[in-house]
Design a protein around this ligand. Structure first.
Ligand SMILES: Cc1cc2nc3c(=O)[nH]c(=O)nc-3n(C[C@H](O)[C@H](O)[C@H](O)COP(=O)(O)OP(=O)(O)OC[C@H]3O[C@@H](n4cnc5c(N)ncnc54)[C@H](O)[C@@H]3O)c2cc1C
Length: 311
């Protein structure tokens, strides 16, 4: 651990929540508790927290929890939630700088107001910029990393770095570092290049994409969006529907009758219900079509042991 005054360590410790239910912080509204939870107020606060953290404690990074399944046994370590890293600045000439916690819809709406085109597709993605960078979020034929020119990262010792987009290679819903030192690092912000257009045209494009979502997705129910990646040249939803799995349920988790690649929590689903349903869908689709579906959602944490069994 770096040398940080005991006063700073004590102040930080008093703001760490213990046994924080992750169901409060995921759009599936399911899952166990995190041992420790910290929500930095700003970048300085984040770096100070990381500086005093034990180098052996596991860190989980969470934005809006809209692509996360936390198992019912919860998380051993500390969750850092970027929700309050929410500075957003536009360059009316064609760009934006946003901190990792800025919600994607806020970026899309702000850009549309100024007639800046490119991020309309993010209006219906209920995640943070940080999560969208990590997942290379995309929709309607667009992907976030096509717009990224620069990112800022922080490592576990609290050191900030600016990196070029070319240090990363983005693919369909995935990202990897291709140059620079490989290290534990997370995104604290990014610069996106946008194009100038008519505000009315950008706004209409954004609204049209939102209307399409409302018509095709179960927007009012708890979900994590698409559960599976689309296999090359195929749609996961089509395969799931083909196997007669629309409406299939495990406990209170159900394959949405509206969009077969969505699993919805009908109220009170355990993470284990959702994971059992994910595995059932994968098994059935493999058996009936020969296609192995890969999850797009990130699954983390410990399963609850069967009754009577020790941890
Ligand atoms: C109704 C609905 C519709 C959706 N539609 C789409 C869609 O059209 N397209 C699409 O791509 N996704 C979609 N999603 C999924 C989700 O919104 C995106 O993947 C989003 O980008 C995740 O952001 P988040 O902040 O919620 O990430 P989280 O769920 O909090 O985290 C996801 C992953 O990113 C990591 N992460 C989070 N923040 C950071 C950071 N700052 N630095 C490094 N890693 C980080 C986490 O550790 C985790 O591994 C949808 C989800 C819902 C619920």
């Amino acid at each position: 651990m770096k040398e940080v005054s005991t006063r700073v360590v004590a102040r930080m410790a008093s703001r760490v929540r213990r046994a924080e239910p992750m169901a409060r912080h995921t759009t599936w509204r399911a899952g166990g508790s995190a041992d420790r939870w910290f929500q930095p107020r700003d970048l300085r606060d984040l770096c100070a927290f990381l500086e005093q953290l034990s180098p052996t404690e596991a860190i989980y990074w969470v934005g809006r929890g809209s692509n996360l399944l936390v198992r019912d046994g919860g998380l051993r370590g500390v969750v850092i939630c970027t929700r309050d890293l929410n500075r957003l600045e536009f360059d009316p000439q064609g760009g934006l700088w946003a901190e990792a916690g800025v919600p994607c819809p806020r970026m899309a709406r702000g850009a549309a107001r100024l007639g800046l085109a490119g991020v309309e597709f993010l209006a219906g993605v209920p995640g943070s910029l940080g999560g969208a960078l990590a997942m290379n979020a995309g929709a309607h034929g667009n992907e976030l990393w096509r717009l990224v020119t620069e990112v800022e990262t922080v490592d576990r010792s609290g050191r900030l770095r600016r990196c070029s987009a070319s240090d990363f290679q983005a693919a369909y819903r995935s990202l990897r570092r291709v140059s620079g030192e490989a290290r534990n690092e997370w995104f604290t912000g990014a610069c996106l290049a946008l194009k100038m257009d008519s505000a009315a045209v950008v706004r209409e494009r954004m609204l049209e994409q939102l209307r399409h979502r409302t018509a095709t997705q179960p927007r009012s129910l708890y979900s994590c969006g698409s559960v599976f990646r689309n296999p090359p040249g195929e749609h996961a939803a089509r395969l799931i529907e083909l196997c007669g799995l629309k409406g299939a349920a495990e406990g209170c988790a159900r394959v949405s009758p509206r969009h077969a690649n969505f699993i919805v929590n009908e109220g009170g689903a355990a993470a284990a219900d959702i994971e059992r349903l994910i595995n059932r869908v994968r098994r059935e689709v493999l058996k009936r079509t020969g296609v192995t579906l890969e999850t797009e959602v990130v699954i983390i944490g410990e399963a609850v042991p069967p009754p009577g069994e020790q941890w």
